[in-house]
Design a protein around this ligand. Structure first.
Ligand SMILES: *[C@@H]1O[C@H](CO)[C@@H](O)[C@H](O)[C@H]1NC(C)=O
Ligand SMILES: *[C@@H]1O[C@H](CO)[C@@H](O)[C@H](O)[C@H]1NC(C)=O
Ligand SMILES: *[C@@H]1O[C@H](CO)[C@@H](O)[C@H](O)[C@H]1NC(C)=O
Ligand SMILES: *[C@@H]1O[C@H](CO)[C@@H](O)[C@H](O)[C@H]1NC(C)=O
Length: 405
């Protein structure tokens, strides 16, 4: 048993508290634009976009708040082409709104170019912390991985949008985990494929044979131990909300002497600096961080470890019982016939080039778009200051060539 109150731990705690107080003192009086702390719908409205809020219920009882921009700044009524955007892990609908601070967000851009934009939110995020019976304070609320987001949240969202718009299909953009959940749904419930007219995935997480984040790889080897620990301690949320991780990060990193250090650490987390990130929106990024389920993280860890894209590994015995085989089955992505375009960066150490090209070979109707900047990484898809030219324009030009069914 670790002694949490040993003298070194106390010393450490004291040092941290002193540090926080010191940095708070030095940051006093430094002005930070209050627009960086606006909720995403408030920011969009301030910039002239109409924003609707909808609540949907999944077939397993989660209540998700999603946002809609039915038209652009100068438009009216409802644009004819519905498009759903799904965020990555630790993200929310904010993923498509951050750069609205610079008046150039994916949500705004598509609304200004004839699309009826829907911004989805998965269970467990800031906008998905409600359930008809379960409470996020209970571990049971958090017993899900991206598998469940793909099998329940995504179809509920798609069906809701098609019902409201009276359409048979929609367009889809998914970032990172937003790609994973599409692969899960389209491969395990192929009848859903006809509801997607075309799919654009940025840095989707699927195959993991080329994953390059060495420290995460090392931690991933211990996925089973970590899972047992989470179960035993009843801590299935990560990071647990009682820790107020965004609060800690902002008191350490926003407007303090540590700020540029924190920004560097963030930029370098996923590889070299692409030179395309404008870190002015750093406070917004921290402010909007969301928690996830432990299982979501560990499901990726299992895949990183196995170098495969497959269902949850329950351990040999239980796998035999549930799947009828000792190893968990791989997602049958070869069944996916929807036209997919995968956008990836060569400096993305999580959703690596080799895995993207491999996925595109396996999918029935897929093309890739390699980002021009050789240092483009996982985060550039969320924060690049050159978005309009290098991503939005080519993406919308491609999607525009597809008709809705
Ligand atoms: C909206 O209208 C204003 C004024 O006519 C114009 O300057 C702006 O470019 C328009 N914006 C869009 C997205 O069409
Ligand atoms: C963005 O647009 C808003 C409102 O139209 C304006 O006040 C602001 O100065 C613009 N910001 C930038 C960075 O261009
Ligand atoms: C579709 O919308 C109608 C009217 O709003 C509602 O009564 C119905 O339950 C909805 N169906 C689904 C599957 O959401
Ligand atoms: C891919 O989908 C597009 C649009 O539905 C279709 O025109 C094209 O023939 C398909 N390509 C293949 C290889 O199936």
């Amino acid at each position: 048993m670790v002694n949490f109150f040993g003298k070194w731990n106390l010393f450490f705690l004291l040092a941290v508290c002193t540090g926080v107080l010191w940095m708070t003192y030095f940051s006093m009086g430094k002005e930070i634009d209050s627009d960086l702390f606006l909720d995403l719908d408030v920011l969009l409205k301030k910039h002239g976009y109409p924003v609707e809020t909808h609540e949907i219920k999944t077939d397993d009882g989660y209540l998700l708040t999603i946002f809609r921009l039915p038209h652009g700044k100068n438009g009216s009524g409802v644009n004819p082409r519905p498009i759903l955007m799904m965020h990555g892990m630790f993200g929310t609908a904010y993923n498509f709104v951050y750069t609205e601070y610079f008046n150039m967000s994916k949500a705004g851009y598509f609304a200004d170019h004839g699309y009826d934009v829907w911004l989805g939110n998965a269970r467990g995020t800031t906008y998905g912390r409600k359930h008809v019976k379960l409470h996020p304070k209970n571990a049971d609320f958090w017993k899900f991985s991206y598998h469940d987001i793909g099998l329940h949240d995504l179809p509920a969202t798609v069906d809701y949008i098609l019902n409201v718009t009276g359409r048979n299909s929609l367009f889809y953009i998914g970032h990172s985990q937003g790609g994973t959940i599409f692969y899960v749904l389209a491969s395990l419930r192929p009848e859903y494929q006809k509801k997607f007219a075309q799919v654009s995935l940025t840095a989707p997480a699927g195959f993991m044979a080329h994953y390059q984040m060495t420290r995460i790889k090392a931690v991933s080897r211990h996925h089973r131990t970590l899972y047992e620990l989470a179960l035993k301690t009843n801590n299935m949320e990560f990071p647990p909300s009682w820790l107020n991780f965004p609060g800690i990060l902002s008191s350490l990193c926003v407007g303090t002497v540590m700020e540029s250090f924190c920004q560097r650490a963030f930029i370098n987390f996923n590889g070299e600096d692409s030179g395309e990130l404008d870190m002015k929106i750093f406070p917004m990024l921290i402010h909007s961080l969301t928690t996830t389920s432990v299982m979501q993280n560990l499901h990726y860890a299992q895949n990183i470890n196995a170098e495969k894209f497959r269902q949850w590994d329950h351990g040999k015995e239980k796998n035999l019982e549930i799947y009828g085989q000792a190893e968990p089955p791989e997602y049958p992505v070869e069944k996916i016939e929807v036209p997919v375009r995968i956008y990836y960066g060569c400096n993305d150490k999580m959703a690596a080039e080799g895995d993207q090209e491999e996925m595109c070979r396996v999918l029935k109707n897929c093309t890739t778009h390699k980002m021009g900047n050789p240092k483009w990484n996982h985060f550039d898809f969320l924060f690049s200051k050159n978005f309009e030219k290098v991503l939005f324009e080519p993406m919308i030009k491609h999607i525009d060539t597809y008709e809705l069914s």
